[in-house]
Ligand binder design. Structure first.
Ligand code: SF4
Ligand code: MSK
Length: 620
């Protein structure tokens, strides 16, 4: 659907305001980039050394080799591996930061944080063979954090958390040499292999890409999720509100954007500080209103029901409301355009991570040693900025939709009465036809939220339970699909299950790194049935994906045996060899494989056909 930029009414209103005020957004910059580089679109350009840049003519009339002799197949495979490595690095470095915070809690250096989920801490300790008997929580946390930090460069063969996969899956990975030997190691090796003159076999490059991605999905991301739960509590169902209408006309509005809950959790605490609330009131505001964006938004909505102002393409639109006193960011998916845009308003754009500085940002270094004090300082900057708001330039769309989020694995188990059996029975008796995981971003190449929402509606109407994370989940929140009442849109089987359990037909399972929660559920169902993950009536989709993290996610989901449909085209079509590998041969190798389908209705059909095939093979 190309005749409108978004199906989100709030976004459309804000785009109109942007147009009236002559403010550019990602959509304008996307248009200004047209036509985008055809070589880049096909993955056929290389600048991995200074004999280049080189490009391969896809029509066969021009050069077919780079200066070093690399063919299009080699270049496409190397570029894809580098994308996977970058995505895996982003997730896993996020994971490391959370584990390091747990370590600092254990050593008393991060006094503002505490271990909130001791049960999960102990369960993880048992997984890592750490004795918990007669030991304090801090002693256990310290030894566990040490053991887990070792996973990033482990020398013991392969990472511990791979043991969570069903035996059949592990055998496949063992046979293909895909067991990750260390989270950092696979990323480093990806960069080594793609250096000029190292790995020049497309299949060998792609196989390493799968291994590198597994080190993310079953390693760095999984650890990010588990340790966030240990520190901040494991999410349970929580109600909240979404879309740009959550920005309040009369409050000090602070938008928190990025990914790591280490910062956002402290901002949640600091925003309640009575002294700061009083300071806000003294300046004429009703109070302090913290709202989230993208995956930081997901982290705090999952644990606290903090409103989600929007998904990826709404970060600029939130500033254009003219009602944000501050945008506070840490890492990932933060457009560098925000600094210049914030300068058009009174909005302070505050960066906090030493890893992520931005033009036009005020940098307030955030570290775990003085977390709450720094969070207070940030909130104070926003409060003091409130009188600078130009009320004549405020436009806040009224769109607000309620949601229920917080479906961690533990929450799902609790709803089901402690075991997955009711879910498995519902799958067996076809009340639930299968499960589809829809994840990922928004992309200005397609109408915002259109692919997400249409896929979700098609799937639930056909009794497919949808689980979501990231910006996909926020799209559903804004459309009212995360409410139990959305069962009305589901097929009779799924609707019946939703009504019996009081759940929505679309379960919000968290942020990008929380796709590990989906993998854990899939592995547990496979384990219960005594089959491999690839045998399950389960599929994945990234209908509007953007980031390199999404490339790593797609790779580890496929490597885990799950068929995955991409809604925007990856830069691999310049290589028949790589395209065939990903869309056909991967099925024989790892069970999972990719399809690219930009039409959400056809994409849903592909998923339903796949689910039906798997059901038939299982005899259910
Ligand atoms: Fe060109 Fe080869 Fe250097 Fe890439 S590695 S820029 S293809 S010479
Ligand atoms: S924030 S990776 S735009 S989902 Fe996780 Fe959204 Fe995609 Fe970023």
């Amino acid at each position: 659907m190309k005749d409108t930029l978004s199906v989100d009414p709030a976004s459309l209103k804000m785009l109109e305001i942007a147009r009236e005020r002559g403010i550019e957004t990602a959509w304008d910059r996307y248009l200004a980039q047209q036509p985008q580089c055809g070589f880049g679109e096909l993955g056929l350009c290389c600048r991995n050394c200074n004999m280049g840049p080189c490009r391969i003519d896809p029509f066969g009339d021009g050069p077919q080799k780079g200066v070093c002799g690399a063919t299009g197949d080699i270049i496409v495979a190397r570029n894809l591996l580098r994308m996977i490595a970058a995505g895996a690095a982003a997730h896993s470095d996020h994971g490391r930061d959370v584990v390091e915070t747990v370590m600092r809690v254990a050593t008393g250096e991060a006094k503002d944080y505490a271990i909130k989920d001791e049960n999960k801490l102990k369960a993880l300790a048992a997984e890592f063979n750490i004795n918990t008997e007669g030991r304090t929580v801090k002693e256990i946390a310290k030894e566990l954090a040490e053991a887990v930090l070792e996973e990033f460069g482990t020398r013991k063969g392969y990472i511990q958390t791979v043991e969570r996969v069903p035996a059949k899956r592990k055998e496949i990975w063992e046979r293909l040499g895909l067991l990750p030997r260390g989270i950092d190691r696979e990323v480093v090796e990806a960069m080594h292999r793609t250096h000029m003159g190292v790995d020049n076999d497309p299949a060998n490059l792609i196989l390493h890409g799968l291994r590198c991605s597994i080190s993310d999905g079953w390693g760095g991301s999984l650890l990010a999720t588990e340790f966030s739960d240990v520190l901040f509590g494991t999410p349970q169902p929580v109600k909240g509100k979404s879309n740009l209408g959550v920005i309040c006309k009369n409050a000090v509005n602070i938008l928190v954007h990025g990914h790591e809950p280490i910062l956002s959790e402290m901002l949640v605490a600091a925003a309640k500080d009575p002294e700061l609330v009083a300071a806000a009131r003294a300046r004429g505001a009703d109070g302090i209103n913290l709202v989230g964006m993208c995956c930081t938004g997901n982290e705090i909505l999952m644990r606290h029901g903090i409103p989600a102002a929007g998904n990826f393409l709404q970060q600029e639109l939130a500033i254009i409301t003219g009602a944000l006193e501050a945008v506070v960011v840490d890492v990932q998916c933060i457009m560098p355009a925000l600094g210049q845009l914030a300068a058009c308003y009174h909005t302070k754009f505050i960066s906090t991570s030493p890893k992520a500085k931005f033009p036009g940002a005020v940098h307030v270094p955030f570290d775990e040693h003085h977390a709450l004090d720094t969070a207070r300082e940030i909130i104070r900057l926003a409060v003091e900025n409130y009188p600078n708001r130009n009320k004549d330039r405020v436009f806040i769309p009224e769109d607000i939709t309620e949601y229920v989020a917080g479906f961690s694995v533990e929450a799902i188990l609790k709803i089901l009465g402690g075991t997955l059996n009711p879910l498995i029975d519902a799958i067996k008796n076809r009340s639930i036809r299968g499960i589809a995981a829809l994840v990922g971003c928004n992309n200005p190449k397609i109408t915002q939220d259109y692919n997400h929402l249409n896929m979700v509606k098609e799937l639930i109407a056909k009794d497919v339970l949808v689980v979501e994370t990231g910006c996909a989940a926020i799209a559903s929140a804004k459309a009212g699909l995360l409410l139990p009442e959305a069962a009305e849109l589901a097929g009779p089987g799924l609707a019946g299950v939703c009504r019996a359990l009081g759940i929505p037909p679309v379960l919000h399972m968290g942020s990008c790194v929380d796709i590990s929660r989906i993998l854990v559920v899939a592995a547990a169902i496979a384990g219960e049935l005594g089959v491999d993950i690839a045998d399950l009536p389960v599929a994945g989709a990234a209908p509007e994906w953007v980031s390199e993290k999404a490339v790593s996610i797609g790779a580890y989901v496929v490597a885990s045996g799950i068929f995955t449909v991409l809604g925007t085209v990856p830069a691999v079509l310049g290589s028949k060899v790589v395209t065939e590998l990903l869309t056909r041969q991967a099925k024989d190798l790892v069970g999972g494989y990719f399809a690219v389908e930009t039409d959400p209705f056809r994409a849903a059909e592909l998923i339903i056909n796949h689910i039906d095939e798997k059901r038939a093979a299982l005899g259910i």
